[in-house]
Design a protein. Structure first.
Length: 281
């Protein structure tokens, strides 16, 4: 896979898998002790940061120093920001309904069921989704136009995700908004600015690994898997199923894009009925 050192790549792939596994096992121990498995959502971002850090360290002497450091730092910044945000959002709350429903299906050994279905599965996804980072840190070529484009896409995604999370946190912190649908700011342009931001982040990081056709082809699985998770997997689909019965949500869906931001559609007003005595226009 010229110009990537295949021996170094093997070491990075194995060490990255071990880093993701270690983070998830620690999270499992904490979640089991506290009986609060939503902690895995915090571990998700930390695991990406861990994979990027290990990859950066092991790629020393193999990849271009600037590309290696910029890509690793971009991943760490994204992962830790996400972890801190989720930790703050979940402070003082009980179990996430998704995990409560999942673990209710475990008739025997619920802890082992959680380990397999929640923690190890997410650890494997972290390793798979982070393949562009593992490839990019080993590329000896300096940053080119494609990589700079990728970093711009990453920055746009990070901004979209962070701003959307901040706007939602402010909205939900106001008791007057209890039970209401968030339809302001970025949330008036897309029902999922945070998920769309993640989408951009990982397509952007993918572009940083596209210095050769081989790495571009092998790393393509990452943004495709992340896109599938965000749109059809545990992201948009499950959240909208949960929100579907909330008053006003159907109207919000009708006027607001489901994923890619765009200006909101005008609200449809019901046409007044014409009585028999009303004049024709």
């Amino acid at each position: 896979m010229s110009p990537v050192d295949t021996t170094a790549l093997g070491s990075v792939l194995v060490a990255s898998a071990a880093a993701a596994l270690a983070v998830m096992l620690v999270a499992f121990a904490v979640g089991t002790a506290r009986r609060l498995h939503r902690i895995v959502d915090v571990a998700w971002g930390i695991a990406f940061a861990g994979v990027a850090s290990v990859s950066w360290f092991l790629a020393d002497g193999h990849g271009d120093d600037v590309r290696r450091s910029v890509v690793a730092l971009a991943t760490v910044v994204w992962g830790l920001r996400l972890a801190v945000h989720i930790a703050r959002r979940g402070r003082g709350r009980g179990e996430d309904p998704r995990y409560a429903r999942m673990l209710a299906r475990a008739r025997r050994h619920p802890a082992l069921y959680a380990l397999w279905k929640v923690y190890l599965l997410q650890g494997a996804l972290v390793w798979l989704v982070s393949l562009p980072v593992q490839f990019a840190v080993l590329l000896p070529r300096p940053l080119g136009a494609t990589a700079y484009l990728g970093l711009a896409v990453w920055a746009a995604g990070l901004a979209c995700e962070a701003v959307g999370d901040h706007q939602l946190a402010r909205f939900t912190s106001d008791p007057a908004n209890r039970g209401r649908v968030m339809d302001r700011g970025l949330w008036s342009w897309t029902r999922h600015p945070n998920y769309f931001g993640d989408f951009l982040v990982w397509w952007g990081l993918y572009l940083t690994a596209c210095a050769t056709w081989q790495t571009a082809l092998l790393a393509l699985v990452s943004p495709l898997v992340m896109s599938g998770l965000l749109i059809w997997g545990s992201g948009k689909r499950l959240l909208e199923a949960h929100m579907g019965d909330r008053p006003g949500y159907a109207e919000y869906q009708a006027r607001t894009s489901g994923f890619v931001p765009r200006p909101p559609r005008p609200s449809r007003q019901p046409r007044p009925r014409r009585t028999s005595g009303a004049p024709r226009p």
